[in-house]
Design a protein around this ligand. Structure first.
Ligand SMILES: O=C(O)CCC(=O)C(=O)O
Length: 316
């Protein structure tokens, strides 16, 4: 994939684990090279829908599908939903999941990470890591990234209405992390509630991912956050690209969005109700956003699932 120099929205993020690891573990360069070679020799997509999704992701930076269309295990997805709803309905869970940053300008009071805000240390296979490491989902990330990708993050997201104007990730932005040709990310959002415009749908400007045909889109910076990150309001985005071209997937539980968030995106502004989803982040590199999951052990499960799962956990 031909990548342009990142534009100003993609400036370096804060120093986090991934950045430190990158400097301290040169063997990761070798690992990454081997993973690309290995995928190019032995990687493949399991079905037609996965092929379509990967192709569309490459063209647009976003592709929408469903657990059913991709042929994911129905029982696993039902179990995931049950566990996530249980977490979202628990007052103690909400307290655990709250963003505890002190800075009111950065704190996301509308957003809860129900598996916690800290590094997740995996000692056993559970429904969350089984979904994040599902071979069909992994194959799409691998195909897009052109290697056996690393699973760097997963969590359960709950968004609630708090009123006021959209802020932070509810405004248009690009993610840190994809700073050069070596660092690409792809996120997978598996919706677990009915998601509409009212309940915080994700939006994306197609083609704005690194390497995309609109990668140089440069709307006005409407907000400069205290941490230096940049945001654009809907009004300013409309001046460079018509709203009719924005992609805002809506859908019920089981809807899946794959997206490269180096492109312009926003979401999670809930007017009424709530949004519940499962998110996983895959990368071909320890991107500057940093890993938030450390997989130590999955019991017998990982060896049974094969090469892609072993690679996905292999950075840690
Ligand atoms: O909550 C959303 O839909 C937006 C998510 C987002 O900004 C991100 O994943 O980088």
């Amino acid at each position: 994939m031909q990548l342009h120099r990142p534009i100003h929205y993609l400036k370096s993020g804060p120093s986090v684990i991934g950045h430190r690891l990158k400097r301290s573990r040169p063997s990761l360069y070798i690992k990454q090279g081997l993973s690309s070679l290995s995928w190019s020799v032995s990687g493949s997509l399991p079905n037609e829908e996965a092929v379509r999704v990967s192709r569309q992701l490459r063209q647009q930076g976003i592709a929408v599908t469903s657990a059913e269309e991709l042929g994911l295990c129905r029982h696993l997805i039902q179990e995931l939903r049950k566990e996530c709803v249980k977490l979202a309905d628990s007052p103690a869970g909400l307290q655990y999941a709250e963003d505890r940053r002190n800075d009111p300008a950065l704190k996301k009071d509308y957003f809860f990470r129900l598996l916690g805000q800290r590094l997740i240390r995996v000692e056993t296979a559970d429904v969350f890591n089984k979904v994040a490491l599902d071979p069909i989902l992994l194959s799409i990330a691998n195909d897009y990234l052109g290697c056996y990708a690393w699973l760097l993050r997963y969590n359960v997201w709950l968004n609630l209405p708090v009123g006021g104007e959209p802020k932070s990730s509810q405004l248009w932005h690009r993610d840190y992390g994809a700073r050069d040709a070596r660092e690409n990310v792809v996120k997978m959002f598996l919706l677990l509630s009915d998601v509409t415009m009212e309940t915080g749908a994700f939006s994306y400007i197609p083609g704005t991912q690194l390497g995309g045909w609109r990668s140089r889109l440069s709307p006005k910076v409407s907000v400069r956050q205290p941490d230096g990150s940049l945001r654009t309001t809907d009004e300013d985005m409309k001046t460079v690209i018509s709203e009719s071209e924005w992609i805002t997937p809506v859908g019920g539980p089981g809807t899946i969005i794959f997206t490269d968030t180096s492109g312009f995106h926003k979401g999670g502004y809930v007017r009424t109700g709530r949004r519940l989803l499962f998110k996983a982040l895959y990368s071909n590199w320890l991107c500057t956003m940093g890993p938030m999951v450390l997989i130590n052990h999955l019991g017998d499960w990982d060896s049974a699932r094969g090469r892609a799962v072993r690679w996905a956990c292999s950075w840690s």
